[in-house]
Design a protein around this ligand. Structure first.
Ligand code: PLP
Length: 399
């Protein structure tokens, strides 16, 4: 077996250097724990960035993937398969929308949502193209979705960018009211902003956005790639806020770790696409959909979602206690369910240093935008596991 140093060097010499990787080699997982090649155990409060909703090595998921792989891994979308039909049916039922499309990632799900929104709006007016998104949003890395992402650092160097994107500050309804017009094709928002620092909507913001969209004939797209799949305590985070979009996008946790993406839309919107307007080779293949069916049969259950609410509340309360103890380093705790953030202010160590120190002590957490500790663990974590991470954080902040 190769040593960790040999693997670092093989990867560093060959892989495109776009990730600042942490210096561990992960080998296997079990529940909320990961193990590196030296056998060291880590409690995983990142879940592959909000992906492993059922934890690692979840037996029904492993079994469904293995069984499907033994039958058939992939066939073209030119043919029907039962796993895809079942997964689409479940998403339609759960969302209250009418049609689902499967892609392979979050960016691709959003790309499809942007395309169908444009095609829909152009039926009424060839200039109805404007897509309004939020500053500090994150929607992906393809050219259209990085343009939708309201963070200029991701745009730099990739110009010319696709046209027709405008940005507003999340939670500022007056700014949206000024910017939206009859030329707006869609407003696209994360139901809870994740990558930008964990910002839930405030003061009925999403309801007011819905009203403005309706007034101007613009579609409302919710990106639930990070906040969806039960993470907020509801299967779709928009259920929490009582606002229904015209299109919702999913990915990350949808197949528990197997690559997948999806957008779901109303029949009215779906009619804008004709055969040939959109497609993908791999999207929704039987392997990915067999995995998605396990997630879709598990996460939406009342008991499962109640667990997310309960453990999420316990975790948030513990983070608030930690904030009170280290008030000179943490200024705010935000989030819903199991998408939580702790805002750092003048910490003794930088966010990255805190993450590194936690890792040395056996806890994987994340820092986003440099100053927000972000917690997006598997949804199956227990209060005891929350205590484990809080203890490590307390030690690191006390040093
Ligand atoms: C809200 C949101 N949308 C889209 C994406 C892009 O997803 P992917 O990396 O699967 O393309 C992400 C990824 O972090 C995300 O958090």
């Amino acid at each position: 077996m190769q040593t960790q140093e040999q693997i670092f060097s093989r990867d560093d010499n060959n892989y495109l250097p776009v990730f600042n990787r942490y210096k561990i080699v992960l080998e296997r997982g079990e529940g909320a724990y990961l193990y590196d090649i030296n056998g060291k155990r880590y409690i995983d409060f990142l879940a592959g960035i909000a992906v492993n909703v059922l934890g690692h090595n979840y037996a029904p998921l492993v079994e469904a993937i293995s069984k499907q792989a033994a039958k058939v891994i992939h066939v073209s979308n030119l043919y029907y398969t039962e796993p895809q039909a079942a997964a689409a049916e479940k998403l339609v039922k759960l969302s209250g929308l009418d049609r689902a499309f499967f892609a392979n990632s979050g960016a691709e799900a959003n790309e499809g949502a942007i395309k169908i929104a444009r095609k829909y709006a152009h039926q009424f007016d060839a200039d109805k193209s404007q897509i309004i998104t939020a500053w500090d949003s994150f929607h992906g890395r393809t050219l259209a979705t990085l343009t939708a992402t309201g963070q200029p650092k991701y745009h730099k160097g990739f110009e010319p960018l696709p046209q027709g994107f405008d940005y507003v500050h999340y939670n500022d309804i007056a700014e949206l009211e000024k910017k939206i017009s009859d030329k707006t094709c869609a407003v696209m928002l994360e139901t809870i902003q994740g990558e930008g620092g964990v910002y839930p909507p405030k003061n009925n913001y999403l309801q007011k956005v819905r009203e403005l969209c309706d007034k101007h004939g613009a579609l409302l797209i919710f990106d639930e790639i990070q906040a969806g799949i039960g993470r907020s305590g509801k299967f779709f985070a928009y259920e929490k806020y009582g606002v229904k979009p015209d299109i919702v996008t999913l990915a990350k946790g949808l197949a528990g770790g197997v690559p997948i993406g999806a957008f779901i839309c109303t029949e009215k919107v779906a009619k804008a696409f004709n055969p040939g307007d959109h497609g993908t080779t791999f999207g929704g293949n039987p392997l990915a959909c067999a995995a998605a069916n396990v997630v879709l049969d598990t996460v939406p259950n009342e008991k499962f979602l109640a667990h997310v609410e309960e453990v999420g509340k316990y975790f948030k309360d513990k983070l608030i206690e930690l904030q009170q103890k280290h008030s000179e380093q943490i200024s705010e705790v935000r989030g819903e369910g199991l998408i939580l953030g702790a805002q750092l202010s003048n910490p003794k160590k930088s966010g990255v240093e805190i993450v590194n120190e936690c890792m040395k002590r056996g806890a994987i957490i994340n820092c986003t935008v440099g100053t927000v500790l972000r917690f997006i663990p598997p949804l199956i974590i227990t209060n005891e596991q929350v205590d484990e991470v809080i203890k490590i954080l307390d030690e690191v902040l006390s040093e």
